[in-house]
Design a protein. Structure first.
Length: 166
């Protein structure tokens, strides 16, 4: 397996990240969300300028394998993983784990005591393996569809406050 490297997001990456976003939802989420839900979710990348601005407004990292963008993830503020998407051909090769690990370290460096994410049903097992704990289930309204996700948290080094459960 080729090594995974990370680099910061550049505005020129917007189109490729939108492609990864759509492909990841279409293929990797097929067992957890129906066609209409996946179509509504993927539509969030239809306006690539808005999508790119969202990526540029956060700390966004791209995972690269052999020069190809294999996935991306965003850290919103100092303590929220907002997006994590992997190109299907690179799924289950450590891309998601590498991105979550890097964002966890960056959050710690920024002084975060706890990291939060709204994990899709697809991503929830990955976040559990990375030490995140489910706090509550959510329903998110996108277009005319409702999608479920789970609020998850991870206590970072130096925080002895236990997470609250809802």
């Amino acid at each position: 397996m080729s090594a995974i490297s990370l680099r910061p997001y550049l505005p020129a990456d917007a189109r490729r990240c939108a492609e990864i976003f759509r492909a990841s939802i279409a293929e990797l989420a097929a067992d957890d969300y129906d066609d209409d839900q996946r179509e509504a979710w993927a539509s969030r990348a239809d306006d690539e300028q808005v999508f790119g601005a969202r990526l540029g407004g956060a700390l966004t990292l791209l995972a690269m394998i052999d020069g190809a963008a294999a996935g991306f993830a965003t850290l919103k503020g100092a303590d929220e993983i907002d997006m994590l998407f992997v190109e299907p051909e690179f799924a289950r090769r450590g891309v998601g784990r590498t991105l979550v690990d890097a964002l966890t370290r960056l959050a710690q460096a920024r002084g975060a005591k706890r990291l939060t994410t709204e994990a899709s049903d697809v991503a929830k097992p990955l976040f559990e393996r990375q030490g995140f704990t489910a706090q509550k289930r959510n329903l998110v309204h996108i277009g005319d569809q409702w999608l479920a996700n789970t609020t998850m948290t991870k206590t970072l080094a130096g925080d002895s406050t236990p997470p609250t459960r809802h």
